[in-house]
Design a protein around this ligand. Structure first.
Ligand code: ARG
Length: 464
């Protein structure tokens, strides 16, 4: 049987005695979502055709015809005039059918030595590679917006929390740099996943390779792949590279979600640490006073769908025997939605980071509550020779008495402080200030404004 596109369009019509029902046709078709792979499908086909001509498998005229036809098809797709047909099942058959309409036999020769199985795997890899490059650009932009915010607030003090309880004073710049670190690792993960995405499946054909004298390395080079997939069965069947990408994407969204949670808390009037520009917020249809942080809330919510897509792909893969199975067609919608959600979110967050107004007085007032400098007092006693556990005990007693007196540690007089340890002297008051507390944590990774500035400079250099 020679597979060819019949008038009705099915690539395998000669083998079949009855048509599929409309419902089955709709159920099995992918064209209405995989048409967004068109640009990559054409790019892959052109590289394949060039190799076929170079290897004298098709002639120079065929190649010229294929190029001319693909140019017109690209123009039609860009113009929105390309007619996508459900009857032609997917992006690959739609384009091939139109090519044959436009250039005749050369169009029918394009599929020599190739299968839709290696074709679709190639398209998906090209798609993810482009997505990763976009996402890394967006991560860079977000990090640079956060660096600006961190720099403006290298000295701004707020309470740092553990267990959502005031722990120790920190600088806002330092807090923001934590996210810059997270998004930096996210970019590293994307770059690492890209290495395994960037290998060429074409040449695997349906599953076993092809009898034609193809040159896979040539196609790989044309398409900018680092290498070819080394086993044809693996090349057409595994989607681990897509799963890895989704895992990296889920982590980006997880970091976005954590940051969103903080933005929502910080913007609550009860906390009032920040304001977010109006263009990222909405009001209430009933409560006139409301300004809600919708964008961070939605991003937190959308993290669920991206995490879900990762699980969908893992589940899609786990039961499949070698080699290609139609299950793999289901990789596309989760993947596309992952890319759309992530790129939109990153774009909006970079812009929103520039629309955050910090309220240093509210942060400072909060840092003055909750005995944030208690550890500093303990460290002070240790430096005067008291073992740390004894110092901890002495400060705990001091804090308890402040709770009774309803005051801060720095409000106690020297005489009052000395009750808890005779080692305490007048120099304690510098230690108990918020500025003294953060400035004293002056080492790599510490919250001192000086360290924050150095970290910002180092990351800026990395991003340049
Ligand atoms: N639309 C299919 C997919 O997304 C293309 C490959 C189909 N191959 C096949 N032998 N049915 O995976």
């Amino acid at each position: 049987m020679t597979a060819q596109l019949s008038k009705k369009g099915e690539a395998w019509s000669a083998r079949f005695s009855e048509p599929v029902s409309d419902l089955v046709k709709r159920y099995t078709a992918s064209v209405f979502f995989d048409k967004r792979l068109a640009r990559f499908d054409i790019e892959g086909s052109l590289a394949h055709a060039e190799m076929l001509a170079h290897q004298n498998i098709i002639n120079a005229q065929d190649l010229a015809d294929i190029r001319r036809g693909m140019e017109q098809i690209s123009a039609e797709i860009d113009a929105g005039s390309f007619e996508w047909l459900l009857d032609l099942e997917d992006v690959h058959l739609n384009i091939e059918k139109r090519l044959t309409e436009l250039v005749g036999d050369a169009g029918k020769r394009l599929h020599t030595g190739r299968s839709r199985n290696d074709q679709v795997a190639t398209d998906i890899r090209l798609y993810i590679r482009a997505a990763i490059d976009d996402i890394n650009g967006l991560l860079r932009d977000l990090r640079s917006a956060l660096l600006d915010l961190a720099e403006q607030h290298a000295d701004t003090i707020l309470p740092g929390f553990t267990h959502m309880q005031v722990a120790q004073p920190i600088t806002f710049g330092h807090h923001i740099l934590a996210y810059v670190e997270m998004f930096g690792r996210d970019a590293e993960r994307m770059t690492d996943a890209r290495k395994r995405v960037n290998r060429l499946p074409l040449g695997a054909a349906a599953l076993a390779g092809t009898t034609f004298p193809i040159d896979r390395l040539r196609v790989a080079q044309t398409l900018g792949f680092d290498d070819v997939c080394r086993n044809s069965l693996d090349a057409v069947s595994d989607r681990d590279f897509a799963i890895e990408f989704c895992a990296a994407a889920a982590l980006v969204m997880t970091h976005i979600s954590r940051m969103s949670e903080e933005l929502v808390i910080w913007m609550s009037p009860r906390i009032g640490f920040i304001d977010i520009a109006d263009r990222f917020c909405t009001g209430s249809s009933i409560m006139p006073q409301k300004k809600n942080p919708d964008v961070p809330e939605l991003a937190r919510g959308k993290t669920g769908r991206v995490n879900g897509h990762l699980i969908a792909l893992l589940t899609l893969m786990k039961g499949q025997p070698l080699a290609y199975n139609k299950d793999n067609q289901e990789d596309k919608e989760p993947l596309f939605d992952t890319v759309d959600t992530l790129t939109d979110t990153l774009r909006i967050f970079a812009d929103m980071a520039r629309g955050i107004t910090v309220k240093p007085e509210a942060m400072r007032a909060a840092a003055l509550q909750g005995y944030a400098t208690a550890t500093d007092l303990a460290d002070y006693l240790v430096k005067k020779g008291l073992p740390f556990r004894d110092a901890h005990e002495a400060v705990a007693r001091a804090v308890r008495s402040c709770v009774d007196l309803n005051c801060d540690l720095s409000d106690l007089t020297l005489e009052q402080l000395k009750v808890f340890s005779p080692l305490i002297e007048a120099d304690i008051f510098a230690v108990l200030t918020l500025e003294g507390s953060v400035a004293a944590r002056d080492h790599i990774g510490g919250t001192a404004p000086n360290q924050v500035r150095q970290a910002i400079a180092a990351i800026r250099k990395e991003l340049a």
